[in-house]
Design a protein around this ligand. Structure first.
Ligand SMILES: [Zn+2]
Ligand SMILES: [Zn+2]
Length: 319
């Protein structure tokens, strides 16, 4: 009994194998070429599951990253690509001898995805024009352009994109530069984080590995800057009031209000000016105290400027 049933199973398996071999492996026609009549002999499947019929000979001629023609033609299996169908469609167009799509019409996100794929597969008739187009679109998405330029070693685009990314998304760029161990870009980005809240910088940094020492150094620098502002506010230039008084009665409530604001604001000239504006009414238009406040902004914030410009590295090293 048992040997009979075993043989039945084996026969069933054989039948299944034979029928799957008989099944036709369908290769879609080429849609990438302008009225292309070359036969398709390979299927590229995009990450979103679209099957593209392609010519292995073209892949070999126009790229250096796709599978070689003689290694894939007879496997009868789709070649799975990590790129989505928008990108695969463009890659295939560029691997035909024909006028190429106008990259000016691409959304900037797709342009970057396509450019990265063209670099990856060595499709050199696309990489150059992509680089030019991305160089022109740097202001639309500087962070993504920086990543692209850095990955492929395009230093002039990288510099331009990095500087723009720092001003547009300082905390994100600061954290990213730290994550790749680039202390020069990290310290440049840090200079632009001074007006951000501690929470914003913390939230960005904790997304990357090994962030605690960097956050510690950043926070230490912030406290030094805050101290410099407090020192300046507590020692304004002397402006004698009538009767020889250094300050009038309105000064102390004003100062107290201002120090309270600066205890929680970003310790920068910009937020100090903002806080002074908010507290100024407490001086009741006393000209003498007004002059004292002006001298703080004009000549007492030197230490703050010095600390603000110090590279973050010097706080990491405890100097
Ligand atoms: Zn074709
Ligand atoms: Zn006064």
């Amino acid at each position: 009994m048992s040997s009979n049933s075993e043989s039945t199973v084996v026969e069933g398996t054989l039948e299944a194998t034979v029928s799957s071999e008989v099944a036709v492996y369908e290769i879609p026609p080429c849609e990438a070429g302008d009225s292309c009549d070359l036969p398709t002999d390979i299927v590229l499947r995009s990450s979103d599951g679209i099957r593209f019929g392609a010519h292995s000979r073209n892949l070999e001629i126009y790229s250096d990253g796709f599978p070689k023609a003689n290694s894939v033609t007879h496997t009868a299996e789709d070649v799975e690509l990590p790129e989505d169908s928008d990108v695969v469609s463009l890659l295939l167009k560029f691997m035909h001898h024909q006028p190429q799509p106008d990259l000016e019409l691409l959304a900037s996100k797709l342009l970057i995805k396509f450019a990265n794929a063209a670099e990856k597969y060595g499709i050199y008739c696309a990489t150059g024009v992509c680089k030019v187009m991305i160089g022109l679109s740097v202001e639309e998405q500087p962070f993504e352009v920086f990543l692209y330029a850095q990955r492929h070693g395009y230093t002039s685009i990288m510099d331009k994109a990095g500087k723009l990314a720092i001003t547009q998304e300082p905390a994100k760029f600061f954290a990213y530069a730290h994550s790749i161990g680039d202390t020069t870009w990290r310290d440049l980005a840090e200079l632009e984080t001074h007006n951000l809240s501690t929470q914003t910088v913390f939230d960005a940094l904790k997304e990357v590995p090994d962030w605690p020492p960097i956050f510690g150094a950043w926070f230490l620098k912030r406290e030094h800057m805050r101290q410099a502002i407090f020192d300046a506010l507590r020692n304004p230039s002397t402006v004698l009031h009538k009767g020889g008084m250094l300050h009038c009665a309105d000064w102390y409530p004003f100062l107290s209000d201002l120090l309270g604001k600066m205890a929680t604001s970003a310790p920068t000239r910009q937020s100090l000016i903002q806080a002074i504006k908010g507290s100024l009414s407490l001086l009741n238009d006393c000209n003498h105290c007004g002059i004292a406040v002006e001298t703080v902004l004009k000549s007492k914030l030197f230490t703050l400027e010095v600390i603000a410009k110090k590279p973050l590295s010097s706080f990491l090293e405890g100097n």
